[in-house]
Design a binder for this molecule. Structure first.
Ligand SMILES: NC(=O)c1ccc[n+]([C@@H]2O[C@H](COP(=O)([O-])OP(=O)(O)OC[C@H]3O[C@@H](n4cnc5c(N)ncnc54)[C@H](O)[C@@H]3O)[C@@H](O)[C@H]2O)c1
Length: 406
């Protein structure tokens, strides 16, 4: 039996996927409300294919509880933020979950850390705690790191089709955990050391962050000197060895704005490019605010209450708004203006910020300048509704007149 600890964006689909592929799974989360929702037969976030997967897993016998189980495999999938001052990984959730697991864990169990962690985290935080609980690693307990790569919006597909990395002290243990993931994963599963697995996951997200920062910096250069960044990127990408990403209003979510900081925190003198790239990405919401001010001046618009942000989530067609560029922009704006900008997002049903709308038409009726922060399908399908508005399109998806870009 597998006990998946942490039933959020990663733990829940992982638990459901294993359960619907013949593995006996119990999911544990200390959030009682979340567990009750799951036990009431409802999923806790929106994701393509998740509800159907949930039904299959329920039929296969998956269970949800706040209790940690006595079993032979644990998969820990709890948050791993970074410490805002040191920039290092904040392992407090991993340590907290592990502390509870160690209270019930029998001899011979395998503990898989699935959360994203910086290289050396298992050595620094996990091993000492496991040993202090009276276990001998490699003899009566086995440690594995199996980082997750799936992207919100396409999680269910990617869980099945992505390649994976399993880091273990002993290859045989790595192979055993590989077989568990292979119950549903059709991608290639590489078995390596724990530290290599820790580093590869962080490097993958750092690669993305640095490349996004490059595109964002190009947008600023091109704006400064009257060049069209999108046309320039399009032409550059016709080169066989160039593949520039698209600029945007910043980065959000639980991964790209977080994980690269782990490297900056751990290797401050060796991460000049990474550190600067993170600063460029972090500067983008403020840059969008400057673009709004510039456009308002140019158009003779004076009423800030007639400016609205379309999109609150950190990417299109998901309901996750953690660390989103819109939230960062609002935080930045609050320092300058008393009244926050109007916001609308079809994916976010609950009230998260002030001046939030839940109806597109009402939102559009109350604003003259629409800032496209997220390119949800809803907007792409109803772009015509923006006709007559001044638009600042940070995603380069609007072809209407009166549209400005980054
Ligand atoms: N969200 C993503 O897109 C994504 C993608 C790849 C990897 N990851 C990584 O996966 C890990 C989990 O991220 P997430 O997005 O699923 O986080 P999340 O916040 O959505 O879920 C974490 C869950 O863990 C629970 N939890 C925390 N401490 C606990 C404890 N001691 N006992 C039981 N439950 C506990 C919380 O209640 C929460 O439900 C992170 O390390 C993240 O970096 C996330």
């Amino acid at each position: 039996m597998v006990n998946v600890v942490g039933l959020g964006y990663i733990g829940l689909p992982t638990a459901l996927m294993m359960a619907s592929h013949g593995v006996e799974v119990v999911g544990t989360d200390y959030n009682k409300e979340l567990v009750s929702t799951l036990n009431a037969g409802k999923t806790t976030f929106k994701e393509d294919g998740l509800d159907a997967l949930f039904q299959r897993a329920l039929a296969a016998g998956v269970r949800f509880t706040t209790e940690y189980q006595k079993t032979d495999v644990y998969i820990i999938s709890v948050p791993t933020p970074y410490d805002k001052f040191s920039k290092k990984v904040d392992a407090c959730y991993v340590v907290g979950a592990l502390r509870e697991v160690m209270k019930v864990c029998p001899k011979g169990a395998t503990v898989v850390i699935e959360s994203t962690i910086s290289p050396g985290t298992i050595d620094k935080f996990v091993r000492p705690m496991v040993e202090a609980s009276g276990f001998t690693i490699g003899e009566d307990i086995h440690l594995v790191h199996a980082p997750e790569r799936i992207i919100p919006g396409n999680m269910v597909y990617e869980l099945v089709h992505n390649n994976r990395t399993i880091g273990a002290d002993e290859p045989a243990v790595g192979e055993k955990v590989k077989a568990l993931y292979a119950s549903f994963c059709q991608g290639e599963i590489v078995v390596t050391s724990i530290k290599t697995a820790e580093m590869t996951k962080v490097v993958e997200n750092t690669f993305r962050a640095v490349n996004i920062a490059f595109a964002n910096e190009l947008a600023k250069i091109c704006r400064h000197d009257g060049m069209d960044v999108y046309d320039i990127i399009r032409i550059c990408n016709m080169h066989p060895r160039v593949n520039i990403l698209t600029p945007g209003p910043g980065v959000g979510g639980h991964c790209i704005p977080v994980d690269p900081w782990f490297l900056v925190g751990d290797y401050p003198s060796l991460t000049k490019v990474i550190g600067e790239a993170m600063k460029v990405n972090d500067s983008m919401p403020g840059y969008v605010l400057e673009r709004i001010a510039h456009i308002m001046r140019e158009r003779g618009m004076t009423d800030v209450s007639r400016v609205g942000l379309y999109g609150l989530t950190y990417k299109e067609n998901v309901d996750d708004f953690r660390e989103s560029p819109t939230l960062q922009l609002l935080e930045c704006q609050e320092k300058h203006l008393a009244e926050p900008l109007k916001v609308y997002d079809p994916m976010v049903k609950k009230d998260v910020v002030k001046n939030q709308y839940h109806d597109l038409d009402k939102f559009l009726a109350d604003v003259d300048l629409v800032v496209i922060m997220v390119g949800h399908s809803e907007l792409r399908e109803h772009m015509d509704k923006l006709r007559g508005k001044v638009v600042l399109d940070t995603r380069n998806i609007c072809r209407l007149p009166d549209t400005y870009t980054l």
